[in-house]
Design a protein around this ligand. Structure first.
Ligand code: PLP
Length: 326
């Protein structure tokens, strides 16, 4: 039996001919039976839950443009309007259209069009060069993949729409297959944000934070009765409390009195950490107002735990006021 699929395979030529006999023109937005059957077939062949296929009208560059736009549409539909940047590999190739060149890495290809391209972040592709001697390829794969996490962090994860890469190396690394740990780690870094949203939704944490936030703010007057609390503001499970030495003048203590130090150390003894004083006294520019500290507990907090937290704040403030001679 002859092996087909090389140039000029008659079966393929005939299949194309049959379609040309039937269709004079196929608008890319409209469906037709062979297209539907092909999508179904591709979905069956694709692994896991990749069960939707879309055929871009052109070739590879066009598919990349569609993927970039699809990712954007996905985030818009979920209300994440800031997400628009695609992270890709230096040295990668994704086609010649402007969007595809924006995600491609090769400097030579990009150079003439550079001012026209989108300045999106890039990471190194997996390479065996530079692997530390005492690290296995698996461990090295994990380390290299972590560059994605860093780039997402420094760019701002709210702007990142997708990571786009070829599974096998490009340019200097043509044909190199990264170890399984590379893609597994990349997946974990990308699948992490979605997993967090899943948990937020499934465990009812958003609902809980609204309810517990209302409860927290219902305690506001009790807080304001405290001698040194000038304000308690915020929304939901974020409450910022501003403490002063004197509510009339809104003055705080002098630097020499080391009020922040004492608040922090008394707080630690009572099991609370005041984030705003964690790094020592405030910068001089911030000394003109009372000292803000915030209550921002995990979204799974219960009513009893809020009471416990507020008790610790009360106790700390009472002991601190005594120490400061208020
Ligand atoms: C990984 C990859 N993506 C995209 C493309 C662009 O495809 P096309 O030339 O069909 O636009 C290519 C082409 O070689 C490619 O190798």
């Amino acid at each position: 039996m002859a092996i087909g699929m090389a140039h000029g395979d008659k079966r393929i030529n005939q299949a194309i001919g049959r379609q040309l006999d039937k269709f004079a023109y196929c608008h890319p937005m409209l469906s037709n039976q062979p297209r539907a059957e092909l999508c179904q077939r591709l979905s069956r062949l694709a692994p896991g839950d990749l069960n939707t296929a879309y055929l871009s009208p052109g070739g590879g560059s066009d598919a990349i443009e569609s993927a970039i736009k699809l990712a954007r549409q996905y985030h818009l539909a979920r209300g994440n309007t800031e997400k628009h940047m695609i992270v890709s590999h230096y040295d990668s190739y994704h086609g010649m259209s402007l969007g595809a060149l924006s995600v491609a890495g090769g400097a030579g290809m990009r150079k003439p069009y550079d001012p026209m391209l989108l300045k999106w972040p890039k990471i190194h592709q997996y390479s065996n060069y530079g692997r530390l001697k005492d690290l296995s390829p698996e461990e090295w794969g994990r380390r290299m993949a972590q560059e994605l996490e860093e780039v997402i962090h420094w760019t701002g994860r709210q702007y990142i729409s997708a990571f786009l890469a070829t599974p096998i190396g490009c340019a200097a690394e043509y044909g190199l297959m990264p170890p399984a740990s590379y893609w597994k780690t990349i997946r974990e870094i990308c699948a992490a944000s979605l997993a967090v949203i899943d948990i937020l939704e499934k465990d009812g944490l958003i609902d809980n934070s609204a309810k517990m936030g209302d409860y927290l703010h219902s305690q506001k007057n009790r807080l304001l009765a405290h001698k040194t609390i000038a304000d308690a503001r915020g929304k939901g499970l974020l409450m910022v409390i501003e403490i002063v030495a004197d509510k009339e003048t809104m003055d705080f203590f002098s630097r020499e009195a080391r009020a922040e130090y004492w608040l922090q150390s008394i707080g630690l003894k009572n099991g609370v950490v005041f984030y705003s004083t964690l790094y020592g006294p405030r910068m001089p520019s911030m000394e003109k107002r009372g000292l803000p500290f915030w209550i921002a507990p995990p979204l799974c907090i219960t009513r009893d735990q809020i009471d416990e937290l507020l008790d610790a704040v009360y106790t700390t403030l009472s002991e601190w006021e005594k120490k400061m001679g208020v």
